[in-house]
Design a protein around this ligand. Structure first.
Ligand code: TXA
Ligand code: MG
Length: 316
């Protein structure tokens, strides 16, 4: 574990430049970082996660100007970048033909996913590293994403060289991913930046969710974000052998061997921030199944329900 002091950040930057894997906080979830221009470092990310090689990674940089060196921005991309960066938005853009970015980052596609995170520790680390950092969520592939440094250690243990310990992530679900490689923008993953906020700037966006058989973004593979326990959605009450993940006032909650509330006030932002840590805790309660109350499918609730559906999907 490295502290978020200038010395800790400098050490993390050194490690990244030397090809090591460093997990670090972003405002969404913890990322498993490696030098995106170093094939060996990127290959090590795939190995540590047990991630399928066809699932490409996001390259993280410190600002819009740097991002423009690594991907081709059109007017729509610039509009979104200026409005939402730094922040929880990832743009999928054409990859320049002569890009020194490792080909593994794009997993053979002619596009690249790029993001400028807003978390001050991520910002400081990207500047210390001085190069784009490939960073998927810092968990084993298909499992629950980490929102604290302890989650990273639980999930990856000594598969990571260092973890920059920056506390709990404020947003709690991964960035919104939008594909701008074609004439029509396509939402590949819902997150905290909402489609209508983007549509105001760039016009209609196609929502590509719900077609698990033909994933454009391999992260759309159906089973994902899965705890060990089975997950049962839209539960109004829980059986005595189930753990219960609830939402809204506790007076409406019945049953469950153990319970955690995503947000007693019914606040979707709070619910998103608690989602992955509550799933992990209920998983550790020993119940074989987690029942989940319905979450309103609006605003950040869309991203929460997207992750919950994948957590509940049949396992391979
Ligand atoms: O919030 C986040 O985005 C976090 C933090 C660490 O930045 N990262 C993250 O990375 O969630 P990951 O690898 O777990 O998810 C990246 C998503 C995947 O669904 C992947 O398939 C998609 O982005 N993706 C990456 N590159 C792509 C590309 N060139 N074309 C289409 N989809 C892409
Ligand atoms: Mg992930």
């Amino acid at each position: 574990m490295l502290p978020t002091t200038p010395a800790g950040i400098a050490r993390a930057g050194e490690l990244l430049r030397a090809g090591a894997l460093v997990a670090f906080p972003t405002e969404t979830v913890y990322g498993l970082g490696g030098d995106a221009t170093d094939d060996c470092a990127v290959a090590a990310i795939f190995a540590a996660k047990g991630r399928p090689q066809f699932n490409p990674l996001i390259a993280h940089v410190a600002d819009v100007a740097t991002a423009q060196a690594w991907a081709r921005f059109d007017d729509r991309a610039l509009e979104l970048a200026h409005q939402f960066w730094p922040g929880p938005l990832t743009l999928v853009l054409p990859r320049p033909a002569d890009s020194p970015l490792s080909l593994l980052v794009s997993a053979g596609l002619d596009s690249v996913a790029i993001r400028v995170p807003g978390h001050p520790v991520a910002q400081a680390l990207l500047r210390a590293a001085g190069r784009p950092i490939a960073a998927p969520s810092a968990n084993r592939s298909g499992a629950v994403s980490p929102t604290t440094p302890y989650h990273v250690l639980e999930s990856l243990g000594d598969r990571v060289d260092a973890v920059v310990a920056g506390g709990k992530c404020a947003v709690g679900v991964e960035s919104t991913v939008i594909d701008l490689t074609g004439p029509e923008p396509v939402l590949l993953r819902p997150g905290a930046v909402l489609p209508d906020e983007m549509e105001r700037l760039i016009g209609p966006i196609r929502l590509s969710q719900g077609d698990p058989t033909a994933p454009k973004s391999p992260g759309q593979l159906e089973s994902h974000y899965a705890p060990n326990a089975a997950v049962r959605l839209n539960a109004s009450s829980a059986e005595s052998d189930e753990a219960f993940l609830t939402f809204g006032p506790d007076r409406f909650v019945f049953g469950g061997a153990s319970r955690l509330n995503l947000s007693p006030q019914g606040d979707l932002n709070e619910a998103a921030a608690n989602l992955f840590s509550h799933l992990r805790q209920l998983d550790q309660s020993g119940a074989g199944r987690i029942a989940v109350m319905p979450i309103p499918d609006e605003g950040l609730g869309v991203a929460i329900n997207d992750r919950l559906r994948r957590a509940a999907a049949p396992r391979p």
